[in-house]
Design a protein around this ligand. Structure first.
Ligand code: SDX
Length: 463
């Protein structure tokens, strides 16, 4: 994939150089080895400034606009790596060897087959449900399938295939014309042997969730369009399979590479709300499926996930680049928070936006007039927001400002933008849960009581 798309690599390296030039004077980051507890810190509302734990997984430097995964700069990972390698890196701490990568890919491919889960999922009115709600429900079905199904037979044998009948879901015939692709299989024999893979909280569960959240998201995308889910193709990369399971056709090398980079960019981002939610649930020794489900729930809130969907709505509301000035005037009068801008940590340009902006621009002239207009409007909005807020309030584009345009160019509908975010972030969620459980301590912050005391009971007929 990398070899076929050298222009994309050049775009990323140019963005990296620009970032280095623009942030060379920002203060460097501390190099810690171990954290000595207890730690003193100044805490604001929403635990702003609180230190929840120490980690080796990811680092965000808000002043410099830097993002690091396990010591690797995000620009370098986007330029040279893949989501398979990066998700492995987050989980294991090192980039995989050739054999480790092959084994990991084999497992992801096997775990992407979720026939029992999809059968349960599509028996619900998914097309009418909130996509993130459906995704969260899917992870519960996964848990059921994983913890009861004999994992040795993870990929059902073809000779178990049965004809589609009224109580099963015939999968879409493989669009490249193969013989019938009926993917209903007889109920598997319950395995009495409790293998390591049966554990709902461990590395296999992490692999299963990273693979399965992609399959479920793709299935939701298809069912919402009145189509049947498509079985993953074991020949394809993770990103290419995600695209294929959504669209029913293989991506071009550029589409595959751009989607893969989006997955790398969204994989981990410090102690954000959804990662924290997943950790809180995991710290009670609940299992990985329920804890990742909490991450999905947190991400579904528009202040965290969904901002890229809001950005597309904003750009459509503005109408064109000529409409930006009037819209900006209204936004400033109303002190409106403009989606896709600002960040709790970044007071510099979000490095992810530094990559996504040029990717949105790449070949834009080959897009539809509607998407070209969205992009032109976005460019003008960025210019005017930076002029109005950039230096004074340190408000810059964040990861969500251009990602919606990139996804739209990949034919992905706005309702699926946040589930796509979860497809990637599940790597960071599972890696951080795995890491935290090694030194687990149930989260139990305080709430400062500012209420009354010494009140006494009065019977209801005397109140
Ligand atoms: C993500 O945590 C993570 O890492 C999250 C994330 C991840 O990868 O997990 O990076 C993903 O959530 C990206 C952010 C997506 N959300 C949005 O784009 C929604 C719009 N952004 C804002 O809601 C806001 O910027 C936040 C919530 C993201 C951050 O807000 P802060 O840091 O709490 O800032 P604030 O609300 O204290 O505002 C400080 C000032 C205020 O002005 P004053 O009252 O001081 O005059 O900055 C202004 C705000 O009005 N401001 C904005 C603004 N964001 C902050 N003004 C206009 N537009 C904005 N977007």
């Amino acid at each position: 994939m990398l070899a076929q798309t050298p222009e994309i690599t050049e775009i990323i390296l140019a963005a990296a150089e620009k970032a280095r030039q623009e942030t060379r004077d920002a203060p460097d980051h501390p190099r810690l080895s171990r954290l000595r507890w207890p730690q003193e810190c100044t805490i604001g509302p929403g635990l702003e400034g609180a230190i929840a734990c120490e980690t080796k997984i990811g680092y965000v430097n808000g002043a410099k606009g830097w993002l690091v995964y396990r010591g690797y700069d995000i620009f370098e990972l986007c330029a040279y790596s893949t989501f398979e390698e990066v998700s492995y890196l987050l989980l294991h701490g090192d980039l995989p060897s050739v054999d480790e990568l092959a084994e990991y890919k084999r497992k992801l491919t096997r775990y992407q087959h979720l026939n029992q889960t999809l059968r349960l999922l599509v028996s619900f009115p998914v097309e009418e449900m909130n996509a993130m709600g459906a995704l969260r429900m899917g992870t519960i079905f996964m848990r059921q399938e994983f913890t009861t199904m004999d994992r040795e037979g993870g990929r059902p044998a073809v000779d178990d295939a049965i004809g589609a009948d009224e109580d099963s879901i015939a999968m879409e015939t493989k669009p490249f014309g193969e013989e019938h692709a009926i993917y209903e299989f007889k109920a598997r024999r319950r395995s009495r042997r409790k293998s390591a893979a049966m554990d709902a909280s461990g590395m296999e569960a992490c692999y299963h969730l990273i693979a399965g959240v992609a399959t479920i998201t793709a299935a939701i995308a298809r069912v919402r369009r009145g189509l049947l889910p498509i079985e993953p193709d074991p020949e394809l990369s993770f990103a290419a399979n995600l695209y294929y399971m959504i669209h029913g056709r293989r991506p071009t090398p550029f589409q595959e590479r751009i989607l893969d980079i989006c997955l790398i960019l969204h994989a981990d981002h410090g102690m954000n709300a959804s990662t924290f939610a997943a950790l809180v649930v995991a710290s009670t020794l609940s299992d990985f499926y329920l804890s990742i489900g909490s991450g999905i729930a947190a991400l579904s809130g528009p202040l965290h996930g969904g901002a890229n969907e809001q950005v597309i709505n904003t750009l459509r509301e503005i109408g064109s680049s000529a409409g930006v000035s009037n819209w900006m005037h209204m936004a400033m009068v109303k002190k409106k928070k403009i989606s896709g801008f600002g960040h709790r940590v970044y007071k510099a340009y979000d490095p992810r936006a530094r990559v996504l902006g040029p990717l949105a621009a790449y070949g834009i002239e080959r897009s539809t007039p509607e998407i070209i207009n969205l992009f032109d409007t976005a460019r003008e909005l960025e210019k005017q927001v930076l002029r109005s807020f950039g230096t004074e309030k340190k408000i810059f584009p964040n990861v969500d400002f251009y990602s919606g345009i990139v996804y739209s160019r990949l034919g992905i509908s706005p309702a699926l933008f946040t589930p796509l975010f979860a497809v990637s972030r599940v790597a960071g969620w599972t890696a951080r849960v795995l890491e935290y459980l090694h030194h687990n301590r149930i989260f139990r912050p305080r709430a400062m009581y500012v209420g009354e005391f010494d009140r006494h009971y009065v019977p209801v007929d005397q109140r």
